[in-house]
Design a protein around this ligand. Sequence first.
Ligand SMILES: NC(=O)C1=CN([C@@H]2O[C@H](COP(=O)(O)OP(=O)(O)OC[C@H]3O[C@@H](n4cnc5c(N)ncnc54)[C@H](OP(=O)(O)O)[C@@H]3O)[C@@H](O)[C@H]2O)C=CC1
Ligand SMILES: O=C([O-])CC(=O)C(=O)O
Length: 243
Amino acid sequence: MYDRNPDRVDDALRSTDGVDETARYDDPLALADTCDVVVECAGHSAVERYAVPLLETGTDLLALSVGALADADLHEAIVRTAVASGARFEVPSGALAGVDAIKGAAVHGQLDEVVFVTIKPPAGLAGAPYIEEHDVDLAAIEEKRLVFEGSAREAAPAFPANINVAMALSLAGLGADDTVVKIFADPDETDNVHRIEARGGAGSMAFAFHTHPHPANPRTSYIAALSTIASLRRRTAPLVVGT
Ligand SMILES: NC(=O)C1=CN([C@@H]2O[C@H](COP(=O)(O)OP(=O)(O)OC[C@H]3O[C@@H](n4cnc5c(N)ncnc54)[C@H](OP(=O)(O)O)[C@@H]3O)[C@@H](O)[C@H]2O)C=CC1
Ligand SMILES: O=C([O-])CC(=O)C(=O)O
C-alpha cells in the first residue's frame, strides 16, 4: 500500500483487518518486488508516471485512472511495454457495467454509435479543470444542466476525476475519438448516474446505473471500490463470471 500522504496509509491500515505495517511501501515501484498485481487508484499523473516502469518489471497493473490513456502516446507506450514484458494492463469495469456487452458488440465492427451520459450532483464535478477554465458556477446551478459534450478523448483531461469510466467504455468499444460523452450537473440528483446508449449490427443497448457516491468522496461512486475488489477476486477465482 502506498500513498504520497503517509497519514492516509495509517488510516487504511487502521481500518483494514489483518493488514499490518508490512503492507506499507515508501515507493510505488517497490510494490513490484512482492506483488503479482498493483492496483492504481490515485489519478492520471500516477498512471503517467508509474504505469510503464511497473509494467517493465513484468507486474500486472489494474488501473482506475484510465482516462490517462486519452494521451495516445502513453496508451501506445503502455501496450508496447506490456507486450514486451508479458505483464498486463487491466481496466476494471469500475463504476460502470455493460462494458462486456460493448466489447462483444465491437467484435467484427458490429458497433456504430456509443453515447455515454453522466449526471452528477454539482459538487461531484467540483475541481475539474473544465469547470474552472469555463468559470462554471456549480453552486448557482438550479436545475439539470448540460455542462460538457465532446469525445471521450476531450472529456478525460477536462474531468480527470469524473470520467475515467468513459475511457474504459471507449477502450471496450469505438475508441476515444468516436465515443460521445455528455456530462450534466443536476442539483436534484443525489446519486451518480451513468447511462450507456449503443447501437450497431448486434442490436441496440441501453444501460443505466444510479450509484451512490462514496460517503467520503462525492466524485467517486462507492461501486467503483467494490467492483475493483471483485476484479481482483476474479484473478484467482475457479469459476469466472463475465469478462
Ligand atoms: N475507472 C473507474 O470506474 C473509476 C475511476 N476512478 C478514479 O480512481 C482514482 C482514485 O479515486 P479516489 O480514491 O476517489 O481519488 P482521491 O482523489 O480521493 O484519492 C487519490 C489519492 O491518490 C493520491 N495521488 C494522486 N496522484 C498521485 C500520484 N501521482 N502519486 C502518488 N499519489 C497520488 C492522492 O493524493 P493527494 O490528495 O495528495 O493528491 C490521494 O491520496 C481517481 O483518478 C478517480 O477518478 C474513480 C471512480 C471510478
Ligand atoms: O465513480 C464514478 O462515478 C466515475 C468516476 O469517478 C470516474 O470514472 O472517474
